[in-house]
Ligand binder design. Structure first.
Ligand code: ASP
Ligand code: MG
Length: 473
């Protein structure tokens, strides 16, 4: 039987109410005849607090570290008490106590030594998902589900790069078949913590912050799942930020490539690199809202479905600075851009957009305090000016490819706004430009009005707009 992998983020399991809501969603899938495999994050904010505890301990602040751990201990005990009837409390409560006793022992050791390695940090932070996944299993069982806890560390095998380990997909696939598929076939619901893994030697590792999506994709890939569902607290990917543009529409389906362009620029629904293992196997990924389970969300597929409008979504990224370099020695010389980028590299500054002419280069970077030093270094190569409070507008759509006149339409829609830099990506699925931060809201609304007048109902959810129109009729 094919499984459906359902991943619930921290806010979907933040307390007993959220966990019960999650249980209903999973039960709903079982009622439809599906076979869920559940991946959960740590309860909201737990990862941050465990990291803070480890850091305090590493600084030698034993009491500070233990105080954080004590608060987390209470939160987990309280959640368990709210989830399970008194008669079922005993074993899970004493297990939670044991887990926190182990955490405290590590924290005491760390503060005695006054040193925190990445390896120990992984060990401490792994408890977030270890606790949530076990607690959620008990809660699901209490609701009558045939849930079984599986320690994610037996399935997610990684290298030893602590803090951001690289998964071994071949081994993971074998482990999924060995440990998870038989449970699925037997009609049981395996529950795993996301984010955590282990080396072949059994040393605990983590996949990097936000890594539970990655776990879901790896498990989905390993099981050749029918779909991977990422349950979060938004309705999916929208055509624009609904706070800026109240008539923004939900995008029903988007390609992986398009989602990747958008993820970087504000639509922080999920990090697309993490779902790559699923996309490579052609497994659809759905972004869904656990607070609005009826909503169909956004479906991310390997290839774009045909869409009559050129764009799927408009994203904006504020707080950028444009750096202009002018140097006549750049004319006809080679190696100049390399020298420029070496300076950005030295200052560990990422560049968002670049445009060049024969004698000038403009680049955009996130505004930060290190800019004066960066500019001082750059001024050895060119005359440097920089200006902050800029924003990038990124319009994404696979259909821009090969369509004539799109650029004219875009710039016509915002003809009253001063555009500073323009770029159209090599992938030809995005068109980006820089404007003043103060012009962003107006630009997004004008562009949205120009390109989403008559949205394709196969791609965009137009029910909300239809409802408004019928009120006006
Ligand atoms: N709990 C981890 C984090 O907060 C992993 C995740 O939630 O995806 O980064
Ligand atoms: Mg997350």
């Amino acid at each position: 039987m094919k499984a459906v992998v359902m991943k619930f983020g921290g806010t979907s399991v933040e307390d007993a109410v959220a966990i019960n809501r999650t249980a209903k969603i999973v039960q709903g899938r079982i009622d439809q005849g599906q076979r869920p495999v559940v991946v959960v994050s740590a309860m909201a904010k737990v990862t941050d607090q465990l990291l803070a505890a480890a850091k305090s301990a590493g600084r030698g602040d034993r009491n500070g570290a233990l105080a954080i751990s004590a608060r987390l201990r209470n939160r987990h005990c309280d959640t368990s008490a709210a989830l399970l009837p008194a008669a079922a409390q005993g074993p899970i409560q004493s297990w939670i106590q044991q887990e926190f006793d182990s955490i405290d022992e590590i924290l005491r050791g760390l503060s005695a030594v006054g040193e925190l390695t990445l390896r120990t940090n992984d060990m401490v932070v792994s408890f977030g998902e270890r606790l949530s996944s076990r607690l959620i299993t008990e809660a699901f069982r209490n609701q009558g589900m045939n849930a079984v806890h599986v320690d994610a560390r037996t399935v997610i095998v990684t290298d030893a790069q602590h803090g951001k380990a690289t998964p071994d997909s071949a081994l993971i696939e074998a482990r999924c078949q060995q440990y998870l598929q038989p449970l699925v076939d037997a009609g049981q619901v395996p529950i795993l913590g996301g984010f955590i893994g282990s080396t072949v030697e059994g040393v605990t590792t983590t996949l990097g912050r936000g890594g539970s999506d990655y776990t879901a994709a790896l498990v989905g890939g390993g099981l050749e799942a029918e779909a991977i569902e990422i349950w979060t607290d938004v309705n999916g990917i929208m055509t624009a930020d609904p706070r800026v543009c109240p008539d923004a529409l939900r995008v029903k389906t988007i390609s992986f490539e398009e989602a990747a362009e958008l993820a970087y620029f504000g639509a922080k629904v999920l990090h697309p690199a993490t779902i790559l293992p699923a996309v490579q196997k052609n497994i659809p990924v759905l972004v869904l809202n656990s607070r609005n389970a009826q909503n169909e969300g956004t479906r991310i597929t390997a290839l774009a479905t045909h869409c009559s409008s050129p764009f799927k979504s408009i994203a904006a990224k504020k707080k950028l600075t444009i750096i202009d370099l002018v140097a006549s020695r750049m004319l006809m010389s080679h190696g100049y851009l390399r020298a420029v980028f070496e300076i950005f590299d030295k200052h560990k500054t990422a560049v968002d957009m670049v445009s060049t002419s024969e004698v000038s280069v403009s680049l955009t970077v996130d505004s930060n305090e290190q800019l004066p030093e960066l500019a001082a270094d750059l001024s050895k190569l060119a005359d440097v000016t920089y200006e902050g409070r800029k924003a990038l507008i990124c319009m994404v759509g696979g259909n821009i490819r090969g369509q004539n006149g799109i650029a004219a339409q875009v710039f016509h829609a915002i003809r009253h706004i001063n555009v500073r830099m323009i770029s159209q990506g090599a992938a030809e699925i995005n068109m980006s430009f820089m404007i003043d931060e103060d012009d962003v809201d107006e630009a997004v609304r004008s562009l949205h009005a120009a390109f989403f007048v008559d949205p394709d109902p196969d791609i965009f959810d137009i029910t909300a707009r239809k409802a408004i129109e019928s009120v006006h009729l």
